[in-house]
Design a protein around this ligand. Structure first.
Ligand code: V47
Length: 360
């Protein structure tokens, strides 16, 4: 153990917040297992032996998008082959199927479609809500909220109010990518800025809705950019407390414009990123390993690196899989439970707002 690591570990164990320089030192620390054990200790204090999952289903209503993010293999331009838009009947069928399978959450995100009016999004929400009020609708990234506000010609708070009335329950954490402007401008020049993403999330939290927060890593960014991203999230969280969970998203390099040589993240980088996040983000209750992008095995091992949430059954995932994710489309409830148990931990089914539904 180096002196610097010991100093950081003492601070963390005493419950003192670490600085950005110290987070970078954890990234550089040669002993991954020491960083992992420190993160696991932080998590044990917050969450004990419990590991959360939920039973959910993704619905990606359209892949047609006016933004052309270079890392994204999911989008199609309106005039390109392969574009789709689900009908509201198809959305209803998917929600009914999810309900029959015991889902408590529908996760809805899609492209920024050039032609749909704001009323279509309200109908999308009310269609799902009509299937069952017990289905929580986690929908629309901050990027989509900005776009919908433009369509509706309403302020962000007014837009959120209308969406809430139609059934919106909370927001997922997508669209954050990486906030550092030099990298963001190369990755997704047409997308709202990092500052705008953060400002919209503050409005979301002020409106009484919770949201998640993501970070896309393993592309053009440096580890300093990752720490900068987490710093900005930690600052908003200090003000609002509205983020439920932090979810690092491992870049899937296939079929996008940004196909990086030797691309993709390594298992060591995935585990270290989750562990540093767990230690640095002292004001976040939960850190999620999104198994779709990480693979089930790294997601399972990450439970020894400070992670306490494995997302859900997912059912039909398109964004990661279009970009080459090798994971299955879905994991069964039993599959997730077994994965958690075999890591020596206690599986807990949660709802979208992190209320415990059942301990297994
Ligand atoms: O915003 C796009 C990312 C996000 C790629 O909040 C990619 O609970 C990796 O945000 N490789 C959408 N990632 C997914 C997302 C999410 C997923 C699961 C749970 C939650 C939650 C949120 O996927 C996008 C973008 O950041 N993405 N392309 C890619 N090639």
């Amino acid at each position: 153990m180096t002196t610097l690591f010991k100093e950081i570990a003492d601070k963390v164990e005493a419950g003192v917040r670490i600085s950005e320089e110290e987070a970078l030192a954890l990234y550089r620390h040669p002993n991954l297992l020491e960083v992992g054990e420190l993160a696991a200790a932080v998590n044990r204090k917050k969450n004990g032996e419990k590991v959360f999952f939920n039973v959910n289903r993704h619905i990606n209503h359209t892949n047609i998008c006016v933004n052309r993010c270079r890392f994204c293999a999911f989008f199609r331009s309106a005039d390109e082959p392969g574009g789709y838009l689900l009908s509201l009947d198809e959305v209803r069928e998917r929600a009914e199927e999810a309900l029959a399978q015991g889902a408590t959450e529908i996760h809805v995100v899609g492209g920024l479609h050039p032609e749909l009016p704001f009323s279509w999004y309200l109908e999308l929400l009310s269609t799902i809500r009509a299937v069952s009020p017990s289905l929580h609708i986690k929908a629309f990234t901050a990027v989509e909220i900005a776009y919908l506000a433009g369509l509706a010609e309403l302020s962000i708070p007014q837009t959120l109010e209308r969406l809430k009335e139609a059934g919106l329950g909370s927001l997922p954490g997508g669209g954050a990518e990486i906030f550092a402007p030099e990298v963001r401008n190369q990755l997704c020049p047409e997308k709202i800025s990092g500052e705008q993403w953060l400002a919209i999330m503050e409005e979301v939290h002020r409106s009484g809705l919770k949201s998640n927060a993501t970070m896309l890593y393993g592309h053009l960014e440096s580890v300093a950019d990752r720490v900068d991203h987490m710093r900005r999230l930690r600052e908003v969280q200090d003000r609002t407390g509205g983020f439920q969970v932090f979810i690092p998203l491992a870049f899937q390099p296939e079929h996008s414009e940004l196909k990086i040589a030797g691309g993709g993240t390594t298992g060591v980088d995935d585990l270290r990123t989750l562990a540093v996040a767990r230690i640095y983000l002292d004001n976040f209750a939960n850190v999620k390993a999104y198994w779709v992008m990480l693979g089930e095995k790294i997601a399972q091992v990450s439970l020894a690196f400070g992670v306490n949430d494995l997302d859900g059954t997912v059912v039909e995932e398109r964004i990661g899989h279009e970009a080459g994710a090798a994971t299955p489309q879905t994991m069964s409830r039993d599959g997730i439970i077994s994965l958690i148990r075999k890591a020596g931990r206690v599986p807990v089914e949660r709802d979208t707002l992190y209320r415990e539904l059942r301990v297994y």
